[in-house]
Design a binder for this molecule. Structure first.
Ligand code: ADP
Length: 362
């Protein structure tokens, strides 16, 4: 795992050495996304695991999000014609919808490298200064959970995003001074599940702000058929639709369910994943025909049983089901809102009659 070195970093020294020839770094791709890791190049490497190999590598193979793809395609083409990096981009939406994947594609289309990190890994000024000064022209810097950046890091990013420069303080106390160092022109891509939590000075510095939407069943089916091919698994169209229907509109969930269905088919020596096999496998995992898992149903049942259908505040609900507030907000709630099982009111969360029906309480 390539981690940003945080010890002994000297931005001045780093800038001085910028034009010196250096040994090429080995290309590395992370196995799982983790805090602080960096993808040095965006090419697929042999050591990549299946999760990585399922990622589409071009706008053409990135399924769905058509409007987004169209506007990004134009932005990339225009930037290339002007021989400039793409403007800074903010992606927001629930986890697993393809924010990292599309960012890797942008880097690839720009024939540049991508460095992937996340806000919690950028605690000290030297963390972000180290990455910024190591960026090559047109590189993409991807910061996940960008709403969690601390104030100091955010303030270092402002001149970096606007003027491609790094302001560093030299010395301490009254004799200290600020030195401005030039950076290579790069594209910052921020990803967040909570666009509303971004400060407005940061948000205003993004030239493109895009929301990623849940996927349609037909799109998920396409993703599943493509992934099955990569995994060398035979899936019927009907089988793929069943998995797509239970994937919560989310490609990451679709790929995960496909792997569990593969396990089931393998153990039962089934050569083809039919609708029947898919249903059996997913029923065994307690994932119902709408894609709700036991926690989703626990949320609905708890609001019905303990709070008479709501409204109930998120803190109270989280305590009642012994789950993290942010997990409920980021993972469970968006899909329950999307399916119309849950409503948000100023006084808290309320379940709808659809939810009552779904859990057989109507
Ligand atoms: P996010 O960054 O939004 O949490 P990722 O980009 O990590 O989501 O996507 C999760 C997984 O879903 C990826 O490994 C990729 O295989 C798959 N995926 C996401 N979007 C698409 C898409 N549009 N087409 C095909 N597969 C996708």
């Amino acid at each position: 795992m390539a981690l940003i070195s945080s010890s002994g970093f000297d931005p001045l020294e780093n800038m001085k050495n910028k034009n010196k020839p250096s040994l090429p770094k080995p290309a590395r791709i992370p196995k799982e996304k983790e805090e602080g890791e960096i993808v040095v190049r965006s090419e697929v490497q042999p050591e990549d695991n299946a999760e990585y190999s399922l990622r589409p590598e071009s706008l053409a193979t990135y399924i769905g999000q058509n409007q987004l793809k169209e506007s990004l395609g134009i932005a990339i083409k225009a930037a290339k014609q002007r021989k400039e990096p793409v403007d800074h981009i903010l992606f927001y939406g629930p986890p697993g919808l393809g924010k990292t994947t599309i960012s890797m594609i942008i880097a690839r289309e720009m024939e540049a490298s991508i460095k992937i990190t996340s806000a919690p890994a950028l605690e000290r000024p030297r963390d972000i200064a180290g990455i910024l000064s190591s960026l090559k022209p047109f590189d993409v810097l991807f910061i996940d959970e960008i709403h969690r950046l601390n104030k100091i890091t955010e303030e270092i990013l402002y001149p970096a995003m606007e003027d491609f420069s790094l302001d560093i303080t030299i010395g301490k106390g009254p004799t200290s001074r600020i030195k401005r160092l030039p950076l290579n022109k790069f594209t910052l891509i921020g990803a967040t599940t909570k666009a509303g939590s971004l400060t407005s000075p940061l948000r205003d510095r993004f030239g493109l702000i895009n929301r990623l939407n849940f996927y349609e069943v037909e799109e998920l089916k396409e993703i599943i058929v493509r992934s099955a091919e990569i995994l060398k698994l035979k899936v019927s169209q009907e089988g793929a639709i069943i998995i797509g229907e239970r994937s919560r509109g989310t490609p990451r969930v679709a790929n995960r369910l496909l792997k569990r269905v593969r396990d089931f088919a393998q153990v039962n020596e089934e050569k083809l994943v039919t609708a029947e096999i898919a249903i059996k496998a997913l029923d065994l995992l307690n994932i119902d025909h709408k894609g709700l898992d036991p926690t989703d149903r626990q949320i609905i049942n708890t609001i019905i049983d303990n709070y008479n259908g709501g409204p109930v505040g998120i803190e109270t609900l989280a305590a009642a089901i012994n789950e993290d507030i942010s997990t409920i907000e980021d993972v469970y709630e968006p899909y329950l809102l999307q399916t119309g099982f849950l409503n948000r009111t100023p006084r808290g969360r309320v379940v709808t009659h659809l939810a009552y029906k779904h859990v057989g309480r109507w």
